[in-house]
Design a protein around this ligand. Structure first.
Ligand code: NAD
Length: 301
């Protein structure tokens, strides 16, 4: 992607900062972020940073005047907080997305939206495809499904070129530990020589996708003709939490093992993306194998 004028909301966050680094060499990049979980100090110099809330149309206008492409990543990403504070979380995740869509409509900009595998809930059959029913289990998942629907419908209703990417379990360097997924927690414990905490029996499976692959999907979404569509962005592979624990312990050279605790209420049993649509229509192809993505997190070549 080159020569574009791009706004990344949530650009100071984990995925956003990787995306910004990929965009910066050949595009003009602005970031709007309220720094609630993000950290602007990790952004490269050649970025215009605006601190502000994505729900605030004045902040959007300040950050995004003249852009032709908006990556909307800013969100409350904590499922647990969405359960505790659903009204607030809805305001950020649904209200924020609508504010971005309205701004994009005024500007004539394309929107690429960070949706989530959480929109599917616990799917009846795997791998889960885009046309399968959405049945989210949490306010976070409900909010993402609303944003996902708005972005797709703004394409028909208001001619806003919107592309929805449903990220599965993203991992990679720079994931904040507070709300981070299981990989970051395992890596931190393994590096400290401590046992890894597995919720439940560890037979639950997830589709882990490296942030570099997610960034490539984001770049492909900028130019695709398939607007008004949603695409799964995963690895297409299922890995059990027990297998993941083994991979992390092996990479760390740790013999600390795992401890099992009670299952977490509301956790889904199994998840795996059908990535045929992203492959066929976007040209997306995941490239980073799980073990290859984990070793650098432990400082192992
Ligand atoms: P993150 O917390 O690192 O990034 C979110 C960023 O948004 C942060 O920099 C935060 O400060 C900012 N932000 C939050 N509320 C804001 C607001 N009201 N106004 C402006 N900025 C605000 O999380 P991430 O993992 O990088 O997630 C990025 C996006 O991808 C989110 O939309 C998330 O829901 C989605 N997603 C992530 C995953 C994953 O596995 N990490 C999976 C599916 C979807």
């Amino acid at each position: 992607l080159s020569g574009r004028n791009v706004l990344v909301t949530g650009g100071a966050g984990f995925i956003g900062s990787h995306l910004v680094r990929a965009l910066v060499p050949e595009n003009e990049v602005r970031v709007l972020d309220d720094c609630s979980t993000g950290d602007p100090s990790r952004l490269p110099d050649r970025v215009t940073f605006v601190e502000g809330d994505v729900r605030d149309s004045a902040a959007l206008a300040r950050a995004g005047e003249g852009v032709d492409l908006i990556y909307h990543l800013a969100a409350n990403v904590s499922v647990e907080r969405s359960v505790r504070e659903p009204v607030w979380s809805n305001s950020v995740n649904v209200g924020g997305t609508l504010a971005v869509l309205e701004f994009a409509r005024e500007q004539g900009a394309r929107v690429v939206f960070a949706s989530s595998a959480a929109v599917y809930g616990d799917p009846a059959a795997l791998p889960v495809a885009e046309a399968d029913p959405m049945d989210p289990l949490s306010p976070y998942g409900i909010e993402k499904s609303a944003g996902d629907g708005y972005v797709r419908r703004y394409a028909d209703l208001y001619d806003v070129d919107g592309v929805v990417l449903r990220f599965f379990n993203v991992f990679g360097p720079g994931q904040s530990s507070e709300y981070a997924g299981v990989i970051t927690a395992f890596v931190e414990n393994a590096a400290a020589g401590q046992p890894l905490t597995v919720h439940g029996d560890g037979q639950q499976t997830r589709d882990f996708v490296h942030v570099d692959d997610v960034v490539r999907a984001c770049l492909l979404a900028a130019t695709t003709d398939h607007v008004g569509e949603a695409f799964n962005v995963g690895s297409g592979r299922a890995v059990s939490v027990n297998e993941l624990a083994e991979t992390v312990l092996e990479a760390a050279g740790s013999s600390a093992g795992v401890v099992h605790t009670d299952p977490r209420p509301g956790d889904i049993d199994h998840s795996r993306a059908d990535i045929a649509k992203a492959r066929d229509l976007l040209g997306y192809e995941p490239t980073v194998a799980l073990a290859d993505g984990i070793r650098p997190l432990l400082g192992v070549p």
